[in-house]
Structures are given as C-alpha cells and as structure tokens.
Design a protein around this ligand. Structure first.
Ligand code: SAH
Length: 257
C-alpha cells in the first residue's frame, strides 16, 4: 500500500495530535451547522447534561454551549486536546458549564440515563457508527437525543478510486438510508438528517490546514513520517475536491425510544 493511501490510524499519534492541535477544528463542520443540528433538539433546560464525545480542542463544543442551556462534558482520548479544550472554555467564559475530561469513547464513565443529549462531530468513526449508537444509548435518558456526524455515500455506486480509498480508510462508510436504518435498529427514531455543506470541508476544515501544513513541514524537516502524513492529508483534500459529489459528512439526529 502506498503511503498516500495510508489510513490516518497508521501514522504516529503524537504527530497527528501535534498537527491537529494547531487548527481550530479536527473534522469537517461549522458553527452554522452545529446550530442547525441543535434546532432539532427541544428537550434542553439549565438542568440538562450534555456530552460531546471526541470533542477535540472544542471548536464545536463552545458553539454548542453558547446556544444550549445545561452542562457540557467534552470527552477526548488525547490529553493535549483536553488541555486546549479547557483553555478554550475559559477563553469563552464557559468554564462553569463546560469541562473537558480524558476518556475513551469505548469506555465512558457516565451513569446510565444521565444524559439529555449526546453530541459527536467527526469522531464516532473511531468506535464505528452503529457500535457507538448502540453502546452510548444507555447513557441517555428516555427521549434523550443523539446528534452525530458521519461520513456517508451519496450514491449507490462510486468511481473505483474513491470507493477504494474509503473502503480502506473506513470500511463502515455506507449510504444515508443504510445509516438511518442502523440508527433505527439501535433504538432511536431518526428525527432529522442533513448533508453538511461544502464549506464545512473547504473553508472550515481544509483551508486552515494549508498554513498548518507548511509550518509542520518546516518544524519536522527531514522527518519522513511527518512528510508522509502531510502528503496523505493533501491527497485526501485532492480526493475530496475531485469526488465530493459522491460522499460527504451527514448530521444524524435521533431520539432514544
Ligand atoms: N469533534 C471535533 C474533533 C473531531 S476529530 C471536531 O469536530 O473538530 C476526532 C476526535 O476523536 C479527535 O479529537 C480524537 O482525539 C478523538 N478520538 C479518537 N479516538 C478516540 C477515543 N477512543 N475516545 C475518545 N476520543 C477519541
């Protein structure tokens, strides 16, 4: 397998972490889309408990907390992201309502039926969409909501190049109707789903990485792993621009049955 087609998981985690710590978002999305997804959720009060799983440095969590009442716990595996997350909460004066903790999404310490809302942007793929929906369900109160973004196919058939790239990077990628059926099967009623607009990738995710990539390459001059990682990132961006008619991120919002 060429380096260009390596899955992100095959690179050194330290390097990936360092790279993503320098950009505001670690996945596609935008404040507008976070607010739109939130508009489908109607059960929140100042007593509500919200979890943002795979929160990264908290770009979307701060938007969420500014537009929803209640307390938000951000969860991420990487201590450096959680440090930046908590600094971010202070910067936005949200430290009384927003806290980041280090935990793995496959071993969460929430109580059964503790949460009113589970949020997760660009992160559930780490456990797998269906498994995440199933395992996290017990933490939700009855009628609690889940809102996650997940990469999805827009068409039943795709050009081989992009099909192979994603089947290798994330074999659980599937079409929107199939993802919705998985949500239903996991014990939620699908309340809404919508495709994230193109600017969530281009303007909010890929554009800020251009400068970060230059700086990263300078800092790691001569480091083959770092160079391969950046080549991989650039390849992924080029593929998105070429094949964006065939796939994208989708927000899936469900209510626990
Ligand atoms: N929600 C953020 C980050 C998305 S990137 C955003 O939209 O910008 C995916 C995040 O999942 C990263 O921050 C990564 O550190 C985190 N992650 C990966 N594996 C994880 C795990 N097992 N448990 C918790 N978080 C994990």
């Amino acid at each position: 397998m060429s380096n260009e087609n390596k899955s992100i998981h095959e690179f050194d985690l330290e390097l990936i972490c360092e790279y993503y710590a320098n950009v505001e978002r670690q996945g596609p999305g935008s404040p507008e889309v976070t607010i739109k997804a939130l508009s489908f959720i109607d059960n929140l009060t100042s007593e509500s408990r919200i979890a943002d799983i795979g929160c990264g440095t908290g770009g979307q969590t701060m938007v969420l907390a500014q537009h929803a009442p209640g307390k938000v716990t951000g969860v991420d595996l990487f201590p450096r992201f959680i440090d930046l997350f908590n600094a971010n909460a202070h910067k936005h004066n949200l430290q009384d309502r927003v806290t980041g903790v280090i935990e793995s999404m496959d071993n969460l310490s929430f109580q059964d039926e503790e949460l009113d809302l589970i949020w997760s942007e660009g992160a559930i793929y780490n456990i797998g969409f269906e498994r995440g929906l199933q395992e996290w369900r017990k933490f939700l109160k009855k009628d609690g909501y889940i809102a996650v973004t997940e990469v999805s196919w827009f068409t039943d058939e795709r050009p081989a190049e992009i099909n192979e790239f994603w089947e290798d990077a994330y074999p659980l990628i599937d079409t929107i109707p199939n993802k919705l059926a998985q949500m239903q099967k996991a014990g939620y009623v699908p309340v809404a789903s919508f495709i994230l607009p193109d600017d969530c990738w281009t303007e909010h995710f890929y554009a800020p990485q251009v400068a970060a990539q230059e700086a990263f390459l300078k800092q790691h001059a001569g480091n083959k792993a770092a160079e391969d990682f950046i080549a991989n990132q650039r390849h992924e961006t080029a593929l998105y621009n070429k094949y964006k008619a065939y796939y994208g991120y989708v927000f899936y919002i469900g209510r626990k049955l």
